[in-house]
Design a protein around this ligand. Structure first.
Ligand code: SF4
Ligand code: SF4
Length: 174
């Protein structure tokens, strides 16, 4: 009937308007930045680097696969070396230009070591759009505990896989 859909739409608006005074579920907006809407587990923005115990011991082994595969080429890695110049399986430099990153998560997909994951943090306020958005390894480092707090199901799956791989490696060869 003519106008029925319009009335239905107005009823939804009225229900949300009045309901918002009584229930937080009806609130469409929040008092950001003091409050933020919850993000679903699969929400992704920028990558972070995972460490298990200490930020100096990232899972990243500086294999540079993610650097090669990143479509806009916004990852820059330099491998750490010892005093004799021999390579160490850790990045000396690991930078991501967040101004260029397009949140595609290809770096996560190609990493064979579960060393890089996608973060939920979407705000990176800065007054310098050049150096302020260039994230180094210290800014990118997050604990496995943090990973569990934002992506519990995925992080548990990764932990189980890594534990199985470690057990397989520890098994003596027959
Ligand atoms: S994050 Fe993963 S793919 Fe990228 S350099 Fe480190 S180990 Fe390699
Ligand atoms: S999310 Fe995509 S664009 Fe951003 S660093 Fe990873 S591969 Fe590059």
């Amino acid at each position: 009937m003519f106008g029925l859909e319009l009335l239905r739409g107005l009823a939804v608006t009225a229900r949300n308007l009045i309901g918002s005074y009584f229930s937080g579920d009806r609130m469409v907006t929040v008092q950001y930045p003091e409050a933020a809407r919850p993000t679903p587990e699969n929400f992704r923005n920028f990558p972070f680097l995972v460490y298990d115990e200490r930020p100096e011991e990232l899972r990243c082994v500086a294999c540079k696969i993610c650097e090669k595969e990143c479509p806009p080429q916004c990852i820059y890695i330099e491998q750490r070396r010892d005093e004799k110049g021999r390579p160490i399986k850790q990045p000396e430099v690991f930078d991501i230009d967040l101004a260029v990153c397009m949140s595609c998560a290809i770096c996560v997909e190609v990493c064979p070591f579960d060393a890089i994951k996608m973060d939920h943090q979407f705000d990176h306020p800065t007054d310098n759009r050049f150096s302020g958005l260039l994230a180094d390894k210290w800014k990118l480092a997050r604990s496995n505990q943090y990973y569990h707090s934002i992506r519990p199901a995925e992080a548990a799956e990764v932990d189980a896989r890594l534990a199985a791989e470690a057990a397989k490696k520890a098994k003596p060869a027959k």
